[in-house]
Design a protein. Sequence first.
Length: 118
Amino acid sequence: QVQLVESGGGLVQAGGSLRLSCAASGRTFSVYAMGWFRQAPGKEREFIASTTWSGRTTYYADSVKGRSTISIDNAKSTLYLQMNRLKPDDTAVYYCAAGLSLQDYKYWGQGTQVTVSS
């Protein structure tokens, strides 16, 4: 089992920045990839960004590309998502996920709320 705990969410004005963190524990040696997803009220969960555990390969959704950076600190087993130039449309619960591949996320965190005010 892998446990994931997100932090760093909050209320921010449009144009501002936030850095989300996701601390992983447990059988992290089994993790190949980690990612960030979000779910806004009344909408389906959507992919935001992903990275291999090594950090060498990353992917971004078009909605955040150029405004966000995903990174991983292997020594701390912690995943980050730096989000800049935030928009009200970025308001959602952000979830961290980990899995055996970039398409297969088996473990999920509890989520952290991000609210962007206009």
